[in-house]
Design a protein around this ligand. Structure first.
Ligand code: AP5
Ligand code: MG
Ligand code: ZN
Length: 215
């Protein structure tokens, strides 16, 4: 299964990707997670990416295209992959097509998650993530059993630096300007599946799975 999860910040790409990863036994490739790990490690790429990410803007295309090109060649992608947060611009989508042709792979589907703006802001301001295992939570929609503590590994939960309201709104503008044209791009390529992302996580998951079976 070779999938792209498309959608604005907070649409549930990461949440759905993790469920699909378990279900299909294929990796989630989140450029946001890879970039955050590079920032944390202080690699040259991380240092370059940090200012863009903190401002809610996009990291330059050549950086993320290079990350994904390398990642897709790893052996765990043989059975498939779930791209989460990539591509995000038309040049990134074109570069992905080139990589897929080189690798002899075709996309099965591009799942676009649609969510209202105010719901996105509420989701992102309430998001918490486990520092140790990366499990995502929401203080209202998916709270941990003990406040501030991961149910799975008891790790400390943190809030992402870019989940402050002002930065969230900037990320949403960037999505509308630079990423939303990809919906038409993939509709034209006849691989687009639109899912109402306003529903509960489990319902969204079921609808994604159903749409993939129907393919
Ligand atoms: P990235 O990490 O990709 O962030 P994003 O696209 O802004 O998306 P999010 O991770 O914020 O949201 P999500 O859709 O994964 O939602 P989640 O499942 O967590 O990118 C970060 C930055 O890195 C970018 O701004 C950019 O600078 C850089 N970057 C990354 N990729 C790049 C690229 N390709 N090109 C250039 N730059 C790039 O859910 C959110 C919350 O809602 C959670 O708390 C969750 O529990 C809750 N929730 C989920 N689903 C539901 C539901 N159905 N109902 C209620 N609550 C829900
Ligand atoms: Mg995410
Ligand atoms: Zn954890």
């Amino acid at each position: 299964m070779k999938l792209i999860l498309l959608g604005p910040p907070g649409a549930g790409k990461g949440t759905q990707a993790k469920m699909l990863m378990d279900r299909f036994g294929i990796p989630q490739i989140s450029t946001g997670d890879i970039l955050r790990a590079a920032v944390k490690e202080g690699t040259p790429m991380g240092v370059k990416a940090k200012s863009h990410m903190d401002a809610g803007g996009l990291v330059p295309d050549e950086v993320v295209v290079g990350i994904v090109r390398e990642r897709l060649q790893k052996s765990d992608c043989v059975k498939g992959f779930i791209l989460d947060g990539f591509p995000r611009t038309l040049p990134q989508a074109d570069a992905l097509n080139e990589s897929l042709v080189e690798l002899g792979k075709d996309l099965d589907a591009v799942v676009s998650l649609e969510v209202d703006v105010e719901a996105l802001v509420e989701r992102l301001t309430g998001r918490r993530t486990c520092r140790d295992c990366g499990r995502g939570y929401h203080i209202k929609f998916d709270p941990p059993a003990v406040e501030g503590k991961c149910d799975v590994c008891a790790g400390v939960l943190f809030q992402r630096d870019d989940d402050q309201e002002e930065t969230i709104r900037r990320r949403l503008d960037v999505y509308n300007d630079q990423t939303s044209p990809l919906v038409a791009y993939y509709r034209d390529a006849d691989v687009l599946v639109v899912i109402d992302g306003m529903q509960e996580m489990k319902v969204v998951q079921d609808q994604i799975l159903k749409s993939l079976q129907a393919d």
